[in-house]
Design a protein around this ligand. Sequence first.
Ligand code: KQY
Length: 353
Amino acid sequence: MPAEWEPHAGCWMIWPERSDNWRLGAKPAQAAFAGVASAIARFEPVTMMVSARQYANARRLLPDSVRVVEVSTNDAWARDVGASFLVNGEGELRGVDWPFNAWGGLQNGLYFPWDLDDAVASKMLQLERAVGYRAPKIVEGGAIHVDGEGTVLVTEACLLAEDRNPAATRQEMERVLKDYLGASHVVWLADGVPGDETGGHIDNLACFVKPGVVLLSWCDDPADPHYAVSREAEARLLGARDAKGKAIAVERMPMPAPMFFTDEEAAGIDAVASGMERSNGMRLAASYVNFYIANGAVIAPSFGVPTDEAARAVLARHFPDREIVMVPAREILLGGGNIHCITQQQPGVYFIR
Ligand code: KQY
């Protein structure tokens, strides 16, 4: 699996519409997703997957340059339900089709059914005429980060979760990651960002910015549960090696001060008997490492808070050759994820590595 910073053929997204996750009939989220799609489309082709019901609306709200295709889904998380694209030794596009159970199945999952989501990766691969490999274990795309040189970064909280792959061992999960991603080494962190309703995805906690360098969402307030999580993650990273046997440097990305659902935001979400809890005062799993690396740019979330500028500066330091584009993302955060979670890169197959 190529690293996200390698050249892309494009980016895939899914149009949001379910009103028990996105407030006010998903209208504010649709505007936010359109903002992300428009930002990415300045740098690479974007495909938006949209239900039949929303097709005309999405077409109207998106720039002409965005390709809109009709694909049925249960929600809007292209990172998690989409194919994890690969390039084989001949430079051909391939993809992993991970089984999906809405982040925890009937036990802890966020909604039921999830069958349409589970079929998305296969549909993407068919649209691209790329061979897909159906994996034997549940792994969402947001639960892995790769450095393109054989290292995979994951959390135990997700990969070893009983509600994903009951009784799976670390060795079994490593075997699957190596076989399906063409990887050779797995670095395990413990937990994800507190309150993350995926159960602790790596893509909200940490990511590679180049081989040997990981950006880690960092908290300096001992009263905040993320204080301990970020320290544990840093210690593990500093004690780890990558696939090439090199030490890993850790760069700290400041976390925004705690953000919460307001009364008005919580009241705008339809109440149904799903696993998604949405109440006023609930903390949002905000993190600046949940960004997307596009060709020539980094598309990162802004929250309208003072730490936005510090985050931009960190990104500019690590991606000096890319434009840093911050997009208002609170409406995406209210749905439980962020820009990385709603995007999926498709590598260009024109490069021979
Ligand atoms: O962060 C993600 N990768 C997905 C979050 C799903 C939240 C569903 N409400």
